[in-house]
Ligand binder design. Structure first.
Ligand SMILES: Cc1ncc(COP(=O)(O)O)c(C=O)c1O
Length: 364
C-alpha cells in the first residue's frame, strides 16, 4: 500500500467535469475579475461563517494583512499571536511595521489563553489567535481580555472553516476572521485564495475598497489600497466546492474517530475534542517521542507524513535577525514531537487501519 499525505489529484479527477464546465463558462463570459460570481461567493461564505459580511481575497496572507490594516495596526504597535503558525501569521504583522508579541502554546498547540494578559502593554493593539489544525482557540478567555482592554481580536481561521466553538463558527467570534482557500485547505481553490469575515459594516466597506486598489467604483480613491482581489474563476470554483464542504468535514471527522479508536494512546498523544468544540481536522497532528525515527519507519512502509511546523517562527533566521533570540518552551518541545498524519477526505478505512497499525507497531 502507498499512502500520500495529500490527494489533490483524486479531487481534481473526481470533480473534473464540473471544473471544466466552470472554466468554460468563465471563458465564454470573459469577465475575469470583479464579476458577480465573487459577490455570490462572498454572500454564501459569510452565511457559512455566521457573519454579516465576507470579502473575497487572493490569499489568507492578504486577509491577515487587510484585517490588521482595518483595525488600524501601524508602526510601533504590538500584536499578540502564537509562535507556531504558518509564517504569514507573523510576517503580516511585521510588514505593517508592528511587532509580533508571542504567547506560548497550550497542549493542543493553540495559543495558551491564560498567558495572554501578562503580555499586554500600552502598545498592544490587536490579539491574533490562530485556530491551528481546525480547532478553535479558547475564545471565551480571549474575548474577555479583549473586552477588558478594548483590544480587537483577529481570528487567524485559515485552517478552520466550518469549525465551531460553543456553536459559534470560526471567523464569527472575534472582530474579523481571516481564511485561506489555498489548495490544501478544506475549502480549496485551484490556486491561491482567501477571504475575511466580519459583522462590522465599516470594516467591510473599507476592505472591499482596499482589496481593489482603494477604488470606490471605477475612478475614485479615498485610501491607497492593495491589489488583492479573488478572481472570478476561483470564486466560481469555491462557490461549487462550498456546497461540498460539510461532506468533506464529515469525512475528516470520521477519519479522526477511526484514528482515535485505533491508535495506542499510551504512546501517542493527541488532544481530545472537548464538548464545546467542533473540530474540522484540516490536519491531524500527533505528538510522539522519536518522531524523526517514526517518519523514516513510515516512509519505508510507503506512508507519507508532514510536520506543521518543524521550525517555530521565533527560531527562524528572519525573526532572530530582527528581534534576537526568544524562548517558548511548549512550542519548542512540541515542534520536536509533532507529526501530521494523512486525514484527507479521500483516505479509505483500510488506509487508516494500515497507518495506525504501523504507528502502533513502531512503539511496540
Ligand atoms: C494558520 C495560517 N495562517 C495563514 C495562512 C496563509 O494563507 P495563504 O497561504 O492562503 O496565504 C495559512 C496557510 O497556509 C495558515 O495555515
Amino acid at each position: 500500500m502507498k499512502i500520500n499525505y495529500v490527494s489533490l489529484n483524486k479531487q481534481s479527477k473526481d470533480q473534473s467535469q464540473k471544473l471544466l464546465k466552470i472554466f468554460r463558462d468563465c471563458l465564454n463570459k470573459s469577465i475575469f475579475v470583479n464579476g458577480d460570481e465573487v459577490s455570490k461567493f462572498e454572500k454564501k461564505v459569510s452565511r457559512k461563517c455566521g457573519t454579516k459580511y465576507a470579502v473575497a481575497l487572493n490569499s489568507g496572507t492578504d486577509a491577515l494583512t487587510l484585517a490588521l490594516k482595518l483595525v488600524g495596526i501601524k508602526k510601533g504597535d504590538e500584536v499578540i499571536t502564537p509562535p507556531n503558525s504558518f509564517i504569514s501569521s507573523t510576517s503580516s504583522i511585521i510588514h505593517l511595521g508592528a511587532k509580533p508579541v508571542f504567547v506560548d502554546t497550550a497542549e493542543d498547540q493553540n495559543i495558551d489563553a491564560n498567558k495572554i494578559e501578562k503580555k499586554i502593554t500600552k502598545k498592544t493593539k490587536a490579539i491574533m489567535p490562530v485556530h491551528l489544525t481546525g480547532r478553535i482557540c479558547e475564545m471565551n478567555e480571549i474575548i474577555k481580555i479583549s473586552k477588558k482592554y478594548k483590544i480587537p481580536v483577529i481570528e487567524d481561521a485559515a485552517q478552520s472553516i466550518g469549525s465551531k466553538y460553543y456553536d459559534k463558527p470560526a471567523g464569527s467570534i472575534g472582530d474579523i476572521g481571516c481564511f485561506s482557500t489555498h489548495p490544501l485547505k478544506n475549502l480549496n481553490a485551484c490556486g491561491d485564495g482567501g477571504f475575511l469575515t466580519t459583522n462590522n459594516k465599516q470594516y467591510y466597506i473599507l476592505a472591499k475598497s482596499l482589496q481593489n486598489n482603494g477604488m470606490l467604483g471605477r475612478n475614485e480613491v479615498k485610501h491607497f489600497g492593495y491589489l488583492s482581489r479573488m478572481d472570478v474563476l476561483q470564486a466560481s470554483i469555491l462557490d461549487y466546492r462550498l456546497d461540498k464542504l460539510d461532506e468533506v468535514i464529515k469525512k475528516r471527522r470520521s477519519n479522526f474517530r477511526l484514528y482515535k479508536k485505533l491508535l495506542d494512546r499510551t504512546k501517542i498523544f493527541f488532544p481530545d475534542e472537548k464538548k464545546y468544540q467542533f473540530n474540522t481536522y484540516h490536519t491531524f497532528v500527533i505528538q510522539v517521542e522519536k518522531r524523526d525515527e517514526l517518519i523514516n519507519f513510515l516512509k519505508k512502509k510507503h506512508i507519507q507524513t508532514a510536520i506543521h511546523y518543524p521550525i517555530p517562527i521565533h527560531k527562524q533566521a528572519a525573526y532572530i535577525n530582527k528581534f534576537g533570540k526568544e524562548k517558548y518552551l511548549n512550542t519548542e518541545t512540541q515542534s520536536k514531537k509533532i507529526l501530521t498524519l494523512p486525514i484527507n477526505q479521500y483516505l479509505t478505512e483500510k488506509e487508516i487501519i494500515y497507518i495506525s497499525k504501523n504507528v502502533n507497531s513502531f512503539y511496540k
